[in-house]
Design a protein around this ligand. Structure first.
Ligand code: ATP
Ligand code: MG
Length: 445
């Protein structure tokens, strides 16, 4: 097995070796190289203490000295070098609360989470694979290093990481590892919302976000997203659907492009359904009001998971309007774009497309056709560059003041009235027309 290592990374390995230390690339970059994927970053592990590492290179940054990490700077680029270590309890994901350094590579590999993440490689030594990571790559398995229950008790986040790697690589979680997760899932409550959020995003943006169903099956979402569990318990006896709400949600996530806002929206677009389900005399289920209720639930959940306000705002708006069905006129399209936000509207079309992919074949052709019409209308309105917000109007607040309107509330209300007019009649968006119709006339009156 030969791994192509970037030249600079090789320089770091060589320099450490020339100074009498062991040095290997380790973890994610070895796994990804073996899989023929391009590694995100190249982590280096060494027998040298942080002080010894610093002594080997002219420029270093103390990134996390207490955890043994020094960043070596070569030609303006940083390379993380971490001393072999044995970990205490993990607190923030990457860094355990206390560590001690060791001169044994084996001990360092033993503290790592999964066999596929616990391989090291050096050009002259080849692959060091003490826990049969290669075998698990061949088998397509995520397997804890050592006793799974012990490893998950040290750091409960590893349970969600198992799902993330399984989603990224389309691997199964090995049986004993899976059983331990089922048993210890409630311990995930000790993990901070921020760390859970990052793993959730990792799962959602992976090639197999539908593996979130595994997080539900083993009790992990019960801790941080119980609302999703309710969805799996909610049938949809309705001609437009052929899966329960949870399955429909995950299929729609899978159908959506791997964009953060888009996939979060799909995850939450029907989250309100379990609370809105009614069954009529024919036995057909309805979910009236689920978009509104779902929007409020989404806001609460995203806040709980400490998402930023911008993300919350965008996802909530898309959830709120995911079922919006404007008439097939440019006028209606303009109004829909204003409602959703012109910049967000293209994503709404993608939301609708993904939603359709996860429904039954009932009227599928018609629904696809309707979507294509909206897409065409949207393009037309976008290209026409007509006004969709106050800033697009041919007159501004300043113009109104110059016309003798006193600054204050009245300005805003006049501008809004103008926008209302222009949305129905784009040709009215000229200075002359607007000032004549809404300012000068009134002054004269
Ligand atoms: P990614 O491509 O997502 O970065 P990665 O494997 O590099 O994947 P990181 O979170 O960057 O994952 O961690 C780097 C390495 O550190 C892992 O491969 C693993 O060996 C080890 N590691 C990270 N987090 C943990 C943890 N919570 N418990 C044990 N080992 C961990
Ligand atoms: Mg990494």
């Amino acid at each position: 097995m030969i791994i192509q290592i970037p030249e600079k990374v090789n320089t770091v390995l060589e320099t450490l070796k020339e100074n009498g230390h062991e040095a290997y690339i380790v973890g994610g970059c070895v796994r990804d190289s073996v899989l023929g994927r391009i590694p995100k970053d190249w982590d280096i592990t060494t027998s040298a203490s942080p002080q010894e590492v610093k002594a080997c290179f002219p420029r270093t940054v103390d990134t996390g000295l207490q955890h043994g990490t020094v960043t070596v700077i070569l030609d303006g680029e940083g390379y993380e070098v971490t001393t072999y270590r044995v970990d205490g309890v993990y607190e923030d994901g990457r860094h355990p609360k206390e560590v001690h350094f060791t001169r044994s590579l084996e001990e360092d590999l033993r503290r790592r989470d999964f066999t596929i993440n616990a391989m090291a490689y050096a050009p002259e030594k080849g692959l060091v694979d003490l826990f049969d990571g290669m075998g698990d790559i061949r088998r397509g398995l995520i397997r804890a290093v050592g006793e799974p229950a012990e490893r998950f008790s040290e750091d409960a986040l590893r349970m969600l990481r198992a799902v993330r790697f399984s989603a990224r690589l389309n691997y199964e979680i090995e049986e004993k590892t899976y059983e331990a997760i089922c048993r210890l899932a409630p311990a995930l409550c000790r993990i901070s919302a921020e760390r859970i959020r990052e793993e959730l995003i990792g799962i959602l943006l992976s090639d197999h976000p539908e593996k979130l169903s595994c997080a539900a099956a083993c009790g992990l979402t019960a801790v941080f997203l119980p609302e999703l569990d309710r969805c799996f318990e909610t049938p949809q006896n309705n001609p437009h659907h052929c899966w329960n709400v949870g399955e429909h949600i995950l299929r729609s996530v899978q159908a959506a492009r791997a964009d953060r806002i888009l996939r979060l929206t799909m995850l939450f677009h029907d989250i309100g359904k379990p609370l809105c389900r009614t069954t009529d005399e024919q036995g057909i289920d309805h979910f009236h009001g689920h978009a509104e209720i779902g929007t409020e639930m989404t806001r609460q959940i995203l806040r709980r998971l400490k998402f930023d306000n911008d993300t919350i705002d965008q996802v909530c708006r898309l959830v709120r309007y995911h079922d919006l069905q404007p008439e097939y006129t440019e006028r209606a399209m303009r109004r829909a774009m204003v409602k959703v936000g012109p910049e967000l509207f293209p994503l709404l079309l993608e939301v609708k497309a993904a939603d359709l992919c996860a429904q039954s074949t009932c009227q599928a052709e018609e629904k696809q056709e309707a979507l294509r019409e909206w897409e065409a209308l949207y393009e037309k309105v976008r290209e026409s560059l007509c006004a969709l917000s106050l800033k697009d109007l041919a007159v501004s607040g300043k113009d109104l003041i110059a016309e003798g309107i006193s600054p204050g509330r009245q300005i805003g209300s006049i501008l809004n009235t103008m926008l209302e007019d222009v949305l129905d009649h784009p040709e009215h968006n000229t200075r002359e027309y607007l000032l004549t119709a809404y300012v000068r006339n009134e002054n004269n009156a």
